[in-house]
Ligand binder design. Structure first.
Ligand SMILES: Cc1cn([C@H]2C[C@H](O)[C@@H](COP(=O)(O)OP(=O)(O)OP(=O)(O)O)O2)c(=O)[nH]c1=O
Length: 208
């Protein structure tokens, strides 16, 4: 059976990764509240899963709101940087970005990307079945020792602000990184290797 695939994300990185994998999709990025409860802040993996689920769930609601008929896969994702148990999302401002980069300097941190995949079968608008699975993948990233000047210079590149942890490994941020263990795609925001492995219905849709 063929599915339509919907990516519940405004992230250009997630779109690029799916496109490069040859997966046809459309985008439905709803405005989702990304705030977390105090309890979630102590559990970075659970927090990422919760947000990925919330993003996908919001897109599912939009689709079902228009009496969808067909077979659909909706994918949401969320990336957090975990620095010794403290969650770094996207920095609020330059000071916040600086604080994050200072903390990451000379240390190994974890990047968790959670992916939530929802499957909808609706032979007609009254007969809808829905199921979902959420998983998370982790990559360990070791940063070089950064001098205050390195941090200032990096921030001036301007790529920090829409990235968890205030750096982009796919950009100039690569120069801050000493090494990684795990998938690079997980750091960039979408662990495509794991998604293709774990969801054969998505892998079958590849057009190479
Ligand atoms: C660490 C790191 C993060 N990131 C990005 C991936 C995610 O897009 C972003 C973390 O923010 P997210 O909240 O996960 O995603 P988003 O707001 O960009 O997109 P959406 O919620 O609409 O799906 O940080 C990089 O691009 N490179 C990196 O090296």
């Amino acid at each position: 059976m063929d599915f339509e695939i919907v990516l519940a994300s405004a992230s250009p990185r997630r779109r690029d990764i799916l496109e490069q994998a040859g997966i046809p999709f459309t985008v439905c990025a709803s405005d989702v509240d990304e705030s977390l409860e105090p309890d979630d802040l102590a559990q970075p993996v659970e927090a990422a899963k919760k947000l990925a689920q919330r993003k996908a769930g919001a897109a599912v609601q939009e689709v079902l709101g228009v009496d969808y008929v067909g077979s659909l896969i909706v994918i949401g994702a969320d990336t957090v940087v975990d620095c010794r148990g403290e969650i770094f999302g996207k920095p609020k401002d330059a000071e916040d970005a600086k604080r994050m980069l200072r903390r990451l300097s000379g240390r190994t941190h974890q990047v968790h990307t959670a992916v939530s995949v929802w499957m909808i079968h609706a032979p007609n608008a009254e007969d809808v079945s829905l199921g979902y699975r959420t998983f998370s993948d982790t990559t360990h990233v070791r940063f070089k020792e950064l001098a205050e000047r390195d941090i200032e210079d990096y921030l001036a590149q301007g790529e920090s602000f829409d990235k968890a942890g205030a750096y982009a490994i796919q950009g100039r941020g690569a120069a801050l990184v000493e090494g990684i263990e795990g998938y690079r795609s997980t750091v960039v925001g979408f662990p495509i290797e794991r998604v293709l492995d774990e969801f054969p219905d998505i892998a079958r849709m590849r057009r190479m």
